[in-house]
Design a protein around this ligand. Structure first.
Ligand code: ADP
Length: 474
């Protein structure tokens, strides 16, 4: 199974496991937190019931004290205090009933408490009435201890209810503390899992990247070794075939000569392909050195034109070389490689009788090289992609015109290494002009090893130019 698929499978499995673990932790923590909230609510609720019981007990005691004060002094203020305490007791009792509605045992106790309190208040009402009608003596004459008995019963019942509530409170406090501990463990677990997930992802990505880099390196080493190993015997085969085809080693039949010529053309193409592959590999790995020195732009185009003149003559193309003496800081061999590639394309894709122009135009900050032809042109949709490796306008170009589809990709890398840009402007059926620039100032290359980002940056700038202004018009 390919390594990429294995890595993807491992990452996917890890992702599913982590997701499942997070799901479980999520459900457990949701339940734990709900439990924690509920337990705390129960603790608060118990505190509230305890407080209500306290207030009921206090109000009853307050009412009893007010009645005693009234009986002894006959002062109306005590009666007013009694009435206030009496008014308070009813809402307190109904609140208690409401708070304990979920607990039948407590409801029963509260019903008993209510009846005792009601009876206690009836006895106190009677005492007040007797004091009003017959004075203190009439009250003393009653000799009734029913009030004291009721008061004792109320106190006992409230004490029982309070101790019951305190027991509940202790239980609920314990539960709440356990829930807190559980919640803490769950949160800790979630944090731990998150850390494992992050560390695992970092590890997997790192391992994946390392493997990929290793494979890339092995691939390019393999391509490089194979190309080198093939080039040497191929060059010797090419030499022998050329010699045979020239007839210097003895006469051959006409058919034999034609076959030898085809073999020479094919080996020539193969050698060019190997050279291009080796160049691309060198540019990729950054091992292609750019040796800059001061050189003359005009001389560069004149030399390139001289190299390409035999090919132009063979194709019936007139070469038109512009005048220029502008100096630039560049690697002349590499720029010559770009220029000869552009000129060879211009010649290849022009019809006999056509004209190919090459010039070097200085602008404010750079020297702009231009190679234009009157050939078949390049459709708009392909004007960016032809700078990518093995991209051709027509799939048959390689066979018919003898190209490799690597020339423009190599040219782009070289231009980028000089800190310049390369682009094309073209009209179908009318011709194309390829431009590339070399800055006058010494600039760092836009990319040493031809990264994708820079590729697209150049492509984008080219698109802009194609869409907006012709550089020559600036
Ligand atoms: P090749 O070795 O195939 O010429 P290049 O990378 O130099 O590789 O060019 C890629 C393709 O771009 C060519 O195959 C051709 O389809 C197109 N092309 C390049 N230059 C021209 C031109 N001057 N006119 C028309 N098409 C061109």
């Amino acid at each position: 199974m390919p390594i990429k698929r294995t890595v993807e499978k491992t990452v996917l499995t890890g992702f599913v496991i982590v997701l499942a673990l997070f799901g479980i932790v999520g459900v457990v923590s949701q339940r734990t937190i709900v439990g924690l909230v509920e337990d705390n609510q129960w603790v608060t609720h118990t505190h509230m019931v305890l407080e209500l019981l306290q207030r009921v007990s206090f109000d009853v005691t307050q009412a009893e004290a007010s009645v005693r004060g009234f009986v002894i002094t006959g002062n109306d203020n005590f009666e007013t205090q009694y009435d206030a305490a009496k008014d308070l007791i009813e809402p307190l009792l109904s609140d208690l009933r409401l708070q304990t509605s979920d607990n039948p045992a407590e409801q029963k106790s509260i019903a008993a408490l209510e009846s005792l309190i009601r009876e206690r208040f009836a006895v106190m009402d009677q005492g007040i009435q007797t004091r009003k009608n017959g004075g203190l003596n009439a009250v003393l004459a009653l000799r009734n201890n029913r009030g004291l008995v009721l008061s004792a019963q109320i106190s006992t019942l409230i004490a029982q209810m309070r101790s019951q509530e305190n027991r509940l409170l202790a239980e609920r406090n314990l539960r709440a503390r356990q829930s807190e501990r559980r919640a803490f463990v769950v949160v800790l677990l979630a944090v731990f899992l998150a850390m494992i997930a992050v560390m695992g992802s970092v590890f997997l990505v790192f391992r994946d990247l390392t493997r990929r880099r290793q494979i890339e390196r092995m691939k390019s080493e393999f391509v490089s070794v194979v190309s080198h190993e093939l080039r040497t015997p191929l060059t010797s085969i090419h030499g022998s075939l050329t010699l045979l085809a020239s007839g210097l080693l003895g006469p051959t039949t006409e058919k034999g000569t034609r076959m030898l010529e085809i073999a020479v053309t094919n080996t020539d193409r193969l050698i060019r392909l190997l050279n291009d592959i080796l160049d691309v590999e060198k540019l990729d790995s950054g091992s292609m050195e750019i040796r800059r020195r001061l050189c003359n732009g005009g001389e560069l185009i004149r030399n390139a034109a001289d190299v390409m003149r035999p090919m132009a003559q063979k194709h019936g193309i007139t070469l038109d070389v512009g005048e220029s003496e502008t100096a630039i800081w560049a690697d002349p061999d590499r720029l010559a490689q770009c220029l000869t590639n552009l000129l060879s394309n211009a010649i290849k894709f022009s019809d006999a009788g056509g004209r190919v122009r090459v010039r070097a135009v200085p602008t404010a900050a750079e020297l702009r090289f231009e190679v234009s032809d009157e050939g078949r042109g390049i459709p708009w949709s392909k004007q960016s992609s032809i700078f990518e490796r093995f991209h051709q306008v027509d799939a048959s170009d390689s066979r018919k015109k003898g190209g490799t589809g690597l020339g423009l990709a190599i040219s782009r890398s070289i231009v980028q290494q000089h800190g310049g840009r390369i682009w094309v402007e073209s009209e179908l059926g009318k011709g194309s002009t390829f431009f590339f620039t070399v800055p006058f100032r010494k600039v760092e290359p836009t990319n040493g090893t031809q990264s994708n980002t820079n590729q697209s940056a150049t492509t984008d700038s080219r698109r802009e130019r194609n869409a907006e202004t012709h550089p020559a018009d600036r």
